[in-house]
Design a protein around this ligand. Structure first.
Ligand code: PLP
Length: 421
């Protein structure tokens, strides 16, 4: 038996480079986090060898007695965490969790109502290039021009006009708390199911820093790798036993084959962490940190879409200074600050250019940054961005100076030290 370094030095080298990138750079991508050593151990374990089609106690393969325990732990911890009756922890991704809901509740051609991509919705909520937009009659709602908030009266009007079978709320770049109760009232009025996709903010719900979709949602889906700080994957939650059975059949045998038991074990251990009292501190800190970073950018002359944030992410509008999102992403990257360009509501720029960037605090908070560090990060970003006002190519001197300060900051809050030994 050989180590990875001995067996495949070429692959090992790129993994080492990626480790160093994560150690030395500031990660602001709102959908990313830094998993624990325990989650990585679970994923890099012998559970990857096991076929376990079916569900705990009802498998199509022998030898599942131990992986049954792992999956049941994940289910029990998930239902405890979100205060709901049923969990399917097998979806391989957030997209597949959503597809499981669609397969269970819809037929091709049915009408769905979700938030449009340009306002912060996700591809799987009915965007034209996605299966959800191709196979369903997707109607979308947006945000109000005046304050960038969801216009619930517009949602109600669209629902009344189009009578969707499913209404989806939750998004990838919407930073405000959503009124789940109002959404359920609208769904009830037109006889639709309410699906809350809490992929982004599930960890904040778990940490009791954000309202829960339950009891309002008929179904909630989530990814497990964002604010929940688990392995890459998805999950479906509900309180309705009849729907739970439909979701189980939709995931297996409807969409997937053998579940990724090593990932499910990683989910179990991550959910165990989320049940600890410290996770409440983490969730509250994530929001405070994001507000501190956004505030520093506002003080430097940039705008925040909707005027602020209630969550782990903020959408920064660079247009007050005429800076473009693509140039910003690249310049910040050269300064070792990683984020993504993002369209703002009614963005006049193409989606490959954009007028905004999306920033988030989950990963930085995990490594120990507090509001003081996030304020400093906002100021460092502003230095890099201000240089783009002078030239879209940026200023190499400014970027080098910020890069050095980023290295100092990340060195004070080390991660994965055991892996560099
Ligand atoms: N739903 C929302 C709201 C998301 O933001 C994402 C991921 O960005 C997904 C679903 C899809 O998750 P995945 O990338 O695991 O397929």
């Amino acid at each position: 038996s050989q180590s990875l370094a001995e067996r495949d030095p070429e692959l090992y080298a790129c993994m080492k480079d990626e480790l160093e990138r994560q150690q030395h750079e500031i990660e602001l991508i709102a959908s990313e986090n830094i998993v624990s050593q325990a989650v990585m151990e679970a994923q890099g374990s012998v559970l990857t060898n096991k076929y376990a089609e079916g569900y705990p106690g009802r498998r199509y393969y022998g030898g599942c007695q131990h992986v049954d325990v792992a999956e049941q732990l994940a289910i029990d911890r998930a239902t405890a965490l979100f205060g709901c009756g049923f969990a399917n922890v097998q979806p391989n991704s957030g997209s597949q969790a959503n597809q499981g809901v669609f397969l269970a509740l819809l037929k091709p051609g049915d009408t769905i109502l979700g938030m449009d991509l340009a306002s912060g919705g996700h591809l799987t909520h009915g965007a034209p290039p996605n299966m959800s937009g191709k196979w369903f009659n997707a109607v979308t709602y947006g945000v109000r021009d005046s304050d960038h908030l969801i216009d619930y009266d517009q949602v109600e009007a669209l629902a009344t006009e189009h009578r969707p079978k499913l209404i989806i709320c939750g998004g990838s770049a919407y930073s405000r708390v959503i009124d789940f109760k109002r959404f359920r009232e609208i769904a009830d009025k037109v006889g639709a199911y309410l699906h809350v996709d809490m992929a982004h903010f599930a960890g904040l719900v778990a940490g009791e820093a954000h309202p829960s979709p339950f009891p309002h949602a008929h179904v909630a889906t989530t990814t497990t790798h964002k604010t929940l700080r688990g392995p890459r994957g998805g999950m479906i939650l509900t309180n309705d036993e009849t729907l739970a059975k439909k979701f189980n059949s939709a995931i297996f045998p409807g969409l997937q084959g053998g579940p990724l038991m090593h990932v499910i074990a990683g989910k179990a251990t991550a959910f165990g962490d989320c049940l600890q009292p410290e996770f409440k501190d983490y969730a509250a800190q994530v929001i405070e940190n994001c507000k501190a970073m956004a505030q520093a950018l506002v003080e430097a002359g940039y705008a925040v879409v909707s005027g602020g944030t209630d969550t782990h992410l903020a959408l920064i509008d660079l247009s007050p200074k005429g800076v473009k999102g693509n140039a910003a992403e690249k310049a910040l990257g050269r300064a070792y600050i990683t984020c993504n360009k993002n369209g703002i509501p009614n963005d006049p720029e193409k989606f490959t250019v954009t007028s905004g960037i999306r920033v988030g605090s989950p990963a930085g908070t995990t490594r120990g940054f507090g509001p003081a560090e996030f304020r400093e990060i906002g100021q460092l970003m502003a230095e890099v961005l201000d240089a783009l006002v002078e030239s879209p190519k940026g200023n190499a001197k400014v970027e080098a100076s910020v890069r050095e300060r980023v290295k100092e900051l990340t060195a004070r809050f080390p991660i994965y030290s055991h892996l560099s030994a």
